[in-house]
Design a protein around this ligand. Sequence first.
Ligand code: HEC
Ligand code: HEC
Length: 469
Amino acid sequence: MKHHIWLSLTLFGLLLQGACDSTSPIAVDSMQTFSTGALSGGETTVFDESSHAFSVPAPNLSAEALAKHLEGDVEFEAVFVTAPAVVNPGLGPVYNNVSCINCHARDGRGRPPRTNEELVALLFRLSLPQTDSVQEGKPPMPVPGFGTQLNNRAIVGTPPEGTVQIDWTEKPLTTENGTRVHLRHPNYTLTETYRPLPADVEVSPRVAPAVFGLGLLEAIPAEAILAYADEADSNGDGISGKPNYVWDVVQQRNTLGRFGWKANQPTLLQQVASAYHDDMGITTALFLLENSVGQYPDRNESPSATATPEVSDDILEVVTFYVQTLAVPARRNVDNSQVQQGERLFAQAQCASCHVPTFRTGVLRGVPSVSNQTIHPYTDLLLHDMGPGLADNRPDFHASGTEWRTPPLWGIGLVQRVNGHTNFLHDGRARNLMEAIFWHGGEAEASRRAVERMSQAERDALIMFLESL
Ligand code: HEC
Ligand code: HEC
């Protein structure tokens, strides 16, 4: 367990930095014009800017909680195989990958495949258009034979459902002040499908996001998030912000969605159980039927809902605890004047209207380390219309085909170091932070135009600020 060695180093570093760094401002002011300081994750912050920066346990865990976290870490890395096997059986029959870590490498984010690479950390959700006249608020409608996700791998004897070919089109853009930039637009073709897909299939590409700091996001009280919702845009700033409400299988009712690119999962427990089920074909108490069951209306299946889950409640719990208690890396260079200029420009360009810098967490039961913390995630966890350029045209509960959840920006400056790439946005199409900004449309149109009007020096400062997160 590599953690033990550098964990103590990290804790030592934290103490040292804490001791000498008396100037670093820890502003709790939510009106976000000036520095939010270095402690992005409150007391869960870790001073680590290495390639392991996303994999550090929260430094404020008790010894017992740390042991549970480390158990979860082992399970997060566990490679599943076909049943029957002694260790980690139950993979498939159809799946996308064999372990959590394979998609969330170093607890960080994935990227789209490069030429001739297989699909690894990019998956494709599928559905059929709703037939009902009421479209909004519905769970995605499964595609016969495929369900709601394209599983591009399968165990021996079962055909994979298909794969996806990605072609990139260069999309030139001349900014308002005359600079030329190039964006790349993905075109997806579903190929080698084991049976024909209906012509009206809806496809949503999603790349694996980083998994640190998530317990803090789960601990934000729903009212604090809803306070930013402004669906009718009553304050007239062009930015609405809409909560998603999604099916909670434990509570058996719709509750506020927080996780996933469309805020399509209500809790980390359910997010983790869905990952086992949808991405790996592993059953848990939350999803007891194999992911292929029910996909074949023409097959006479008699699924047994009393089957023993392939992953036990204990494992489900420690893996959930693991993603709840990964530390947030501290910001770097907070006292640099260019970074501070970038932070002001971020506020002036209205980025902070969606990427909300500061929240105070409430109490997350069983996870005291993430409770009652002042954090700087740079997200409102709400849905925003981002315009036709980014649209997947596949509604997900209350999220329309053009809406996405504001992703948190904490740690974004370390993605290159941790994951060796700078591919951003829901499908990794942006090749760097500036491209990600230039893809902003819809409610973020005015923000993008503000950046288009910036001088090169101002754009550099804005990027330096993002890289300090
Ligand atoms: C095939 C790749 C893949 C595998 C395997 C996978 N994930 Fe993910 N994960 C994703 C993608 C893609 C998303 C975004 C899904 C969405 O938007 O609905 C995601 C989202 C998440 C999130 C929510 C992150 C956020 O910021 O909202 C968590 C937590 C998570 N996964 C944990 C896990 C765990 C735990 C496992 C193993 C049990 C796992 N994942 C396996 C690809 C994967
Ligand atoms: C109307 C809300 C809104 C505004 C305003 C906004 N953003 Fe975003 N931002 C989003 C959403 C939603 C996404 C995700 C879009 C996607 O993945 O398709 C996003 C994605 C990003 C990403 C990529 C994050 C990732 O994890 O891939 C960056 C970087 C970013 N925004 C920076 C900015 C900056 C800088 C500004 C101001 C110039 C800004 N945003 C303004 C909503 C907003």
